[in-house]
Write a protein that binds this ligand. Sequence first.
Ligand code: NAG
Ligand code: NAG
Ligand code: NAG
Ligand code: NAG
Ligand code: NAG
Ligand code: NAG
Ligand code: NAG
Ligand code: NAG
Ligand code: NAG
Length: 573
Amino acid sequence: MDYSRAVKIGLFLAIISLEEVIASKKPNIILIVGDDEGWNDFGFHGSSQIPTPNIDALAYNGVILDKFYTQQTCTPSRAALLTGVYPFRYGFQGTPINAGENRSLPFNIPTMAEQLKKLGYSTHLVGKWHLGAAYKKVTPTRRGFDSHFGYWAGFVGYFDYMASSEFTDTTNYTGLDLHHNFEPLWKYQGQYATDLFTKRSLNIIDKHNKDEPLFLLLAHLAAHTGKDGTELGVPNITEANEKYKYIDRKERRQYAEVVKKMDDSIGEIVQKLSDRKMLENSIIIFFSDNGAQTEGMYQNFASGWPLRGLKFTLFEGGVRGSCVAYSPLFEKQGYVNKELMHITDWLPTLYHAAGGNVSKLGKIDGINQWDVISRNISTNRSEILLNIDEVVNHSGVLGYNGRYKLINGTYKQGIYDSYFGDSGRNGNGPEYDFQAVLNSPTHVAIQKLASKIQIDKQSITRTKKQVDRSSCRDKSYTPKISCHEFCLFDIDQDPCETKNVIGDGDKLDIVNVLKNKLEGYYQVLTPQLNMKVDINSDPARFNDTWSTWLDYEEHKFGIRNVLQYLYESLVYT
Ligand SMILES: *[C@@H]1O[C@H](CO)[C@@H](O)[C@H](O)[C@H]1NC(C)=O
Ligand SMILES: *[C@@H]1O[C@H](CO)[C@@H](O)[C@H](O)[C@H]1NC(C)=O
Ligand SMILES: *[C@@H]1O[C@H](CO)[C@@H](O)[C@H](O)[C@H]1NC(C)=O
Ligand SMILES: *[C@@H]1O[C@H](CO)[C@@H](O)[C@H](O)[C@H]1NC(C)=O
Ligand SMILES: *[C@@H]1O[C@H](CO)[C@@H](O)[C@H](O)[C@H]1NC(C)=O
Ligand SMILES: *[C@@H]1O[C@H](CO)[C@@H](O)[C@H](O)[C@H]1NC(C)=O
Ligand SMILES: *[C@@H]1O[C@H](CO)[C@@H](O)[C@H](O)[C@H]1NC(C)=O
Ligand SMILES: *[C@@H]1O[C@H](CO)[C@@H](O)[C@H](O)[C@H]1NC(C)=O
Ligand SMILES: *[C@@H]1O[C@H](CO)[C@@H](O)[C@H](O)[C@H]1NC(C)=O
């Protein structure tokens, strides 16, 4: 054998083994979570009011999870996502954590970040945490994340990053809640939150050492209300008003821009993954943490049309999530998955995708759905405990492979139980913009990969039809159903929950089975641990920033705290 031939063979072998190394590399996991968006606020669900070409491109190139359920509000959803365990098992089923409230995820339940860290991931949280901050040890960087850039509370102002908490009827505690790990960040005040969180995410991807797998959780502030719980933060209100003038309510025009900016963010992230050649080995997931808050507290003018109910409720409008997943590693791409899934399933699913052995996760409620999503096979999940809130007396379970939903009681006398939100189908708005999807940075980046699938106007139209529920109830008909006691809905036949079929003679067995299940869950419930806002948490004591105040309290007379106190007295007074 001559020398050059040997070199060629050697090179060939080197390339093969390099390919093997690449093939066995753990996938990057990019999990993007929106806040309080409704079913009707994404183009792929049928309304053209709000342009979401990047999210839509993920949907058409990837998988739409059509029967994906979340919890009813922020804290329970994020707890379920990060632990894979139903929140009612550890007292997290009720009212979200207030800033200044001493409550946090139990230490005996590992977080997704902790589990992925064990598999060698570098782990980053950008944006919202909302799972406690009384002590350093309960914050993201002590619960598995290498870094956190964002806020600890439920929401902040889109430009000033101030979070407020009601201490008494007449006093609110207010302070800066933008932190890099524990450092308060005053210098970014004035920058728009969605842009800031995007910039930070791009920076993480840019600097990422590709020898390690990346777990990035980007939990956007969009589209929760911001400052004072009312702000619909957009960079330019005049422009938003002009751009969406076909939308009746001016607040929803601003809301539309908030969502559009979040969609732009996703485009930039996918493009960056592509630029760094990380996209070919990534899993990208997007969903909203719960349904729309069209009216009421923190009203954001989102729309869950035509579904019933808002955030806080267990109706489809509260818990049926808008969820898309894209990965070139999926065996099947560009389809609608109709299998039952729950937000707790992401932990085992992603752990499995990361090469972990799911049985090491111990007893959790989530199940590994990797093959279900990747190959469109039948799921093993046949039911979901939607929630039990033993304070407001409101619970629900979804059984029979997601077909039947039993609801027991209602949230606050049913104020959010009706039908809300703009249909976006009054004929004033634009047509669906197919070209915007095909031109989106997300679509363009995905189409550069070898595993791409063909997408055009016809295939998009076919996909949209499969998830369109716009005819599930008569527009002029708004049934008044009270679920003060039990209600049963046939979700497959009646996804808009217009008919309570609990009284139908042939449903007796179903009702009894579901009641038994619910009762079984009641037996193992941990009562809610909600506490009052702690008087010592007042940001006024910490240069107007939210801090891990109980670390300070418990070491008040320690030398470090005394020095810090003296320093602050000198500097801030
Ligand atoms: C805060 O919560 C922790 C954990 O439940 C508890 O040990 C501690 O006593 C609480 N402290 C205050 C001041 O509430
Ligand atoms: C406290 O903040 C809430 C909004 O979060 C607001 O409705 C209320 O009026 C504020 N109260 C005071 C006393 O400023
Ligand atoms: C907002 O946009 C309008 C119209 O494009 C422009 O005239 C105005 O200067 C902008 N305002 C700000 C604060 O940028
Ligand atoms: C996963 O772990 C379980 C229990 O530890 C073990 O029985 C099983 O063989 C493991 N599976 C693989 C594929 O390693
Ligand atoms: C996915 O599975 C469902 C149920 O088996 C089937 O009806 C559908 O055609 C499948 N879709 C694809 C793209 O395989
Ligand atoms: C469902 O469970 C069975 C038995 O544990 C298992 O063999 C099968 O792979 C599971 N199916 C899926 C889609 O995970
Ligand atoms: C919930 O039920 C319990 C026990 O039946 C009762 O004491 C409590 O007042 C109820 N709460 C509400 C908000 O109705
Ligand atoms: C229904 O809710 C009430 C509380 O309002 C509770 O006492 C009862 O046990 C629940 N029933 C079932 C079947 O879960
Ligand atoms: C204290 O707060 C002010 C803004 O009110 C800020 O400019 C300053 O940097 C803060 N000081 C420290 C030490 O964080």
